[in-house]
Design a protein around this ligand. Structure first.
Ligand SMILES: Cc1cc2nc3c(=O)[nH]c(=O)nc-3n(C[C@H](O)[C@H](O)[C@H](O)COP(=O)(O)OP(=O)(O)OC[C@H]3O[C@@H](n4cnc5c(N)ncnc54)[C@H](O)[C@@H]3O)c2cc1C
Length: 504
């Protein structure tokens, strides 16, 4: 008899970060659950799955045997991202339709496979770190499906002031390699430890330091891609006007227009100094007004609304918090809006209306910035749905989107007999507008339906008020239906017929 296999699907194998008792009490009260009674440990049991021997025989012609897997565990892992709906299903024992095989090919094997893949009776999907939070990994297509795992695409070379990075390199791997030479790529998404170059380009991602270094489209100047029957390779150059760039074919295409093998990326001298500052504004409204008038921004400017501010303050000890509140009351900013400022290089000048309270808050945010997903682990283990939604909007609609989205959220949660809380911060600034990043937690009898209703309402309010469907998480299966007709056609015209088509 075969033994069932168990895998943990949470971040870092389910590790949690210690939280203050006050945070735990606050969340339990707001969402109506008991912190001491976890309902899930994050593991799922993987079923036995039939092997497709004919597919295996086909794949062996192109990929070495040891880099092919039809093990159920690998097939399930490679069919999963990190979206809330996936977690809800997993928590209730629902496993996604798995891919039929997983391959871990070398670059030359992918090239060979794509050159001749018309001959294989299967379609391909690609995964990097599988950190998509929008259902961008799940993909069962009605065909035999093979997942190309990019973890063997790890070459990294320097050319002039650029690097050419294998698509499977994570942010951490790139930075570890180039920081010794005094450089940085400037790309630091919160998923930095797991997400990959190929994933960043495919989802049009952005890093937390985008105000200084730019979004992924500013950092990547060329790619090598493998499509059905062809390999397209762009030289590493500062700029090139020789026709359309291959980057435009794969940027934001979510793995449907070919396999990204490597990318030419800008690098920057590592900053000699980094300046931290924690500030408070009288209100989120005042903060938005002040920031919208600025003509340049610090490397990181993260300004939280009143709810996110009060939740963040629960993590500092009561004595320090009381002292801080007394000081803020004197300065007229108590119960206001917290701002984290990190500037590479010199101290950033004072932002109008802000009150500085030193550097330690900003420093501790910076030091813990990649461990935050572990807080989501704590919530998932207690059956609480933790999700995010981010949009980009012109300055004149930022405040309206923020307040109307929050009202619509609460109304929808109430109407569906759930409990919930929502908070937001501004995370990436542009002269024209900003990214508004919502985090929401919900609890209810039918979590999948509650999530569906809340999401639908939030996205509609955002769109009606002039915001974008997404600022940096991509579309995935969660948001594809909101893409307007013209753009949907563009996607299908560019698509590679051997790649999984995820947007029905
Ligand atoms: C905790 C957490 C924090 C996050 N923080 C951020 C953030 O700060 N900024 C941000 O932008 N996003 C963030 N995300 C979302 C996610 O990390 C990004 O969307 C990221 O770009 C996905 O990269 P990945 O390597 O994990 O790709 P995957 O999730 O594996 O795949 C995502 C999509 O890219 C395609 N793809 C992957 N590799 C290739 C390739 N080589 N060729 C063609 N297609 C490919 C896949 O088919 C899929 O459609 C976060 C996610 C989590 C879970």
């Amino acid at each position: 008899m075969k033994m069932a296999k168990y895998i943990n699907v949470l971040y870092d194998n389910g590790d949690e970060i210690p939280l203050s008792n006050e945070t735990k009490e606050y969340l339990s009260k707001m969402l109506g659950f008991s912190w001491d009674r976890p309902v899930w440990d994050g593991t799922i049991s993987v079923p036995d799955l039939p092997r497709d021997e004919s597919l295996l025989r086909e794949l062996r012609k192109y990929v070495s045997e040891e880099r092919i897997s039809v093990e159920p565990e690998q097939r399930v892992i490679h069919s999963l991202g990190k979206s809330s709906l996936e977690f809800i299903n997993l928590m209730h024992g629902k496993i996604p339709d798995p891919v039929d095989a997983v391959i871990f090919p070398r670059e030359s094997e992918i090239e060979e496979l794509m050159r001749s893949c018309g001959k294989i009776d299967a379609v391909f999907t690609v995964t990097g770190g599988r950190t998509s939070v929008t259902g961008g990994v799940a993909c069962k297509s009605g065909h035999k499906t093979v997942c190309i795992d990019t973890s063997n695409l790890k070459d990294l070379t320097f050319s002039e002031s650029m690097i050419t990075a294998g698509a499977g390199l994570t942010g951490k791997e790139i930075e570890d390699a180039i920081e010794k030479k005094g450089f940085t790529c400037g790309f630091f998404p919160e998923s930095f430890r797991y997400s990959t170059v190929g994933g960043w380009i495919s989802t049009k991602a952005t890093g937390q330091e985008s105000n200084t270094y730019g979004d992924i489209e500013d950092i990547v100047s060329g790619v090598k891609i493998a499509r059905k029957g062809s390999i397209i390779s762009e030289k590493a150059l500062p700029r090139n006007s020789a026709g359309p760039s291959a980057v435009s074919i794969v940027l934001g295409a979510e793995g449907q227009n070919g396999v990204i093998l490597s990318a030419n990326m800008k690098i920057f001298r590592k900053p000699e100094k980094r300046h931290f500052s924690t500030v408070f504004f009288r209100s989120f409204h005042d903060a938005i007004n002040a920031i919208s008038e600025m003509d340049r921004y610090p490397t990181v400017l993260r300004v939280m609304d009143e709810t996110e501010t009060s939740v963040s303050l629960l993590e500092i000890n009561r004595k320090t918090r009381d002292r801080l509140r007394r000081y803020l009351r004197l300065r007229g900013t108590v119960d206001g809006s917290l701002g984290i400022i990190v500037n590479n290089g010199e101290k950033f000048g004072r932002i109008r209306g802000s009150v500085s309270v030193g550097s330690s808050g900003a420093k501790s945010w910076y030091e813990g910035r990649y461990l935050r997903p572990r807080m989501a682990n704590s919530l998932w283990k207690r059956g609480i749905i933790s999700d995010t939604m981010e949009t980009s909007a012109f300055w004149d609609s930022v405040e309206r989107i923020h307040s109307e989205t929050i009202s619509a959220f609460h109304k929808t949660v109430r109407e569906n007999q759930g409990t919930g809380m929502i908070m937001a911060h501004l995370s990436h600034q542009y002269l024209e507008g900003s990214c508004i990043y919502f985090t929401f937690l919900i609890n209810g009898e039918k979590p999948d339906m509650l999530l569906k209703h809340v999401r639908e309402v939030m996205i509609q309010v955002i769109l009606d008020n002039g915001g974008s469907i997404t600022h940096h998480h991509g579309l995935g299966s969660s948001f594809h239906e909101y893409v307007d007709g013209g753009k949907r056609n563009l996607f299908s015209e560019l698509r590679d017929e051997k790649m999984v088509w995820k947007w029905k």
